[in-house]
Design a protein around this ligand. Structure first.
Ligand code: IDP
Ligand code: MG
Length: 145
């Protein structure tokens, strides 16, 4: 079973889209196993986006993601990483397909509403960065739908 880190970025939180985004992932059958609200500091923002540190948009990205509270979640499911990337859509909302979160709700390439881990390895690192063991819930769904 795979796990993936999802972030509802400041533009998503501030437009009241938290419930909608979580709902889209839940509707897909993904299991919510961790959830919290936090305000990223710049150091954690830099770590989260370290792969982009040489890109021209890096500083603006760090400032944006740490500008206001966000929601962090962990979802679990078969092939969760790929499925979440698919539901999230392309980085640029103008290129993301209709029906994806970014295609329907994203504003522009920076303010694209949501983050989803890009591989199983990245997901493991990202989840550890945002959640302690005790904040992640291992439970069975007793009511199947
Ligand atoms: P991803 O979120 O789809 O994996 P990445 O290329 O890993 O996209 O970029 C990380 C984040 O950096 C994006 O989600 C977006 O917020 C921001 N970003 C990516 N490319 C640009 C850009 O060209 N201009 C401004 N921000 C960007
Ligand atoms: Mg990425």
């Amino acid at each position: 079973m795979e796990r993936s880190l999802v972030l509802i970025k400041p533009d998503g939180m501030q437009r009241g889209l938290t419930g909608t985004i979580i709902n889209r992932l839940e509707e897909q059958g993904l299991k919510l196993i961790a959830l919290k609200m936090l305000h990223l500091d710049k150091a954690l923002a830099r770590k989260h986006y370290a792969a982009h540190r040489d890109k021209p948009f890096f500083e603006n990205l760090v400032n944006y993601i740490s500008s206001a509270p966000i929601v962090a979640a962990v979802f679990e499911g078969e092939r969760a990483v790929k499925i979440i990337r698919k539901i999230t859509g392309a980085t640029d909302p103008a290129k993301a397909e209709t029906g994806t979160i970014r295609g329907d709700l994203g504003l522009n390439t920076r303010h694209n509403t949501v983050h989803g881990s890009d591989s199983v390895e990245t997901a493991e690192k990202e989840i550890k960065r945002f959640f302690t063991e005790s904040e992640i819930f291992d439970y069975d769904r007793v009511i199947e739908n």
